[in-house]
Write a protein that binds this ligand. Structure first.
Ligand code: PEP
Ligand code: MN
Length: 339
């Protein structure tokens, strides 16, 4: 439920409300808003019918409103204003459009550094690259692991671009967080609840990818796992869902953008590379994503896609990425946003 604190409430009264929430076995989450001071009380609801009345009668409390949606902290009920997440200096969810670009996998120093320089020159403001790779086959390249993280850091030192990279396992969360500016949860891990809980305790933004069979409600419930542990910095990423269609690798569900914008205050970005699986479809879908209201894009770029260790067919050469950047600018402007 949402506890609206009155404008004249004292610090002590506010603290007493928080203490009461804890005493009643709920967790208080303070929501910083411009118009009103709000404390969210979330937790298991059973047997707590009296909680609303108890809180309503406390000094300093203006009103108590139940939260109807199951995603208590991710929903717009508790926080109507858009969340803006600071990702190593680049904000996502405000007027700025985030473009994170780079190879699917970090392969070697030369590959990651030249790609980072090229995407920066083209106008990207963040870089991506996987050091821990979730591959369908155990015989495929699994990533350079910590060595890959170190190379990402070198590319960051060279370009200044913040790093987005995947963490697959709760055991590696802290290690990846030491190098990364944003921790990516891959589509296959969207319901790895132990991982989500672990990332909820880390003070680094989390980029949560939608699973290939995840409904929008399930997607938001996964975000809720991270938020409920205290990490407020969650960015959602649509990367295509599995349908009967075989012409594309996945079906990029761009309609989820306006749906999510209605339901949640969290930023939402789009990955048209995994969403389509074909490099030539990436640019049109990137333009469409911006037009539909996405807060950013994640694009796979590789200097030599034919020889890429993973996802070559959907990776853009740097020249094609430059073309994409030039062609999304008018759409960004049209939407009243900036790069
Ligand atoms: C990736 O970003 O390289 C990746 C593995 O993406 P997804 O989890 O969306 O398949
Ligand atoms: Mn990939």
């Amino acid at each position: 439920m949402i506890i609206v604190i009155g404008p004249d409430a004292t610090k002590e009264q506010k603290q007493a409300v928080k203490d009461k929430i804890i005493e009643l076995d709920y967790t208080p989450h303070e929501i910083v808003g411009v118009e009103r001071q709000v404390i969210g009380a979330v937790g298991a609801d059973h047997g707590k019918d009296h909680l609303m009345e108890v809180l309503e009668s406390m000094a300093g409390v203006e009103s108590v409103i139940p939260i109807l949606k199951p995603y208590k902290l991710a929903g717009r009920e508790i926080k109507s204003a858009n969340s803006v997440v600071d990702c190593g200096g680049v904000t996502i969810g405000g007027t700025r459009i985030a473009v994170m670009a780079g190879p699917c996998s970090v392969e070697n120093r030369e590959q990651i550094c030249t790609t980072a320089e090229a995407v920066k020159k083209a106008g990207a403001n963040m870089m991506r690259g996987g050091a821990y790779k979730p591959r369908t086959s155990p015989y495929s390249f699994q990533g350079l692991e910590e060595e890959g993280l170190k190379l990402l850091k070198e590319a960051k030192d060279l370009t200044g671009l913040p790093i987005v990279t995947e963490v697959m396992n709760p055991r590696e969360a802290e290690l990846v967080a030491r190098y990364a500016d944003v921790l990516q949860v891959g589509a296959r891990n969207v319901q790895n609840f132990s991982l989500l809980k672990e990332l909820g305790k880390i003070s680094k933004p989390v980029l949560l990818k939608r699973g290939m069979m995840t409904t929008i409600k399930e997607f938001l419930m996964s975000a809720e796992y991270i938020l409920s542990e205290g990490n407020k910095d969650v960015i959602l990423c649509e990367r295509g869902i599995r349908t009967f269609e075989t012409a594309t690798r996945n079906t990029l569900d761009l309609s989820c953008i306006p749906v999510l914008k209605k339901e949640t205050h969290l930023p939402i970005i789009v990955d048209p590379s995994h969403g389509t699986g074909h490099w030539d479809l990436v640019e049109p879908m990137a333009r469409a994503a911006i037009a539909a209201g996405a807060d950013g894009l994640m694009i796979e770029v590789h200097p030599d896609p034919i020889n890429a260790y993973s996802d070559g067919p959907q990776s853009l050469k740097p020249s094609k990425f430059t073309h994409l950047m030039d062609n999304i600018r008018p759409f960004i402007q049209l939407m009243g946003r900036t790069l």
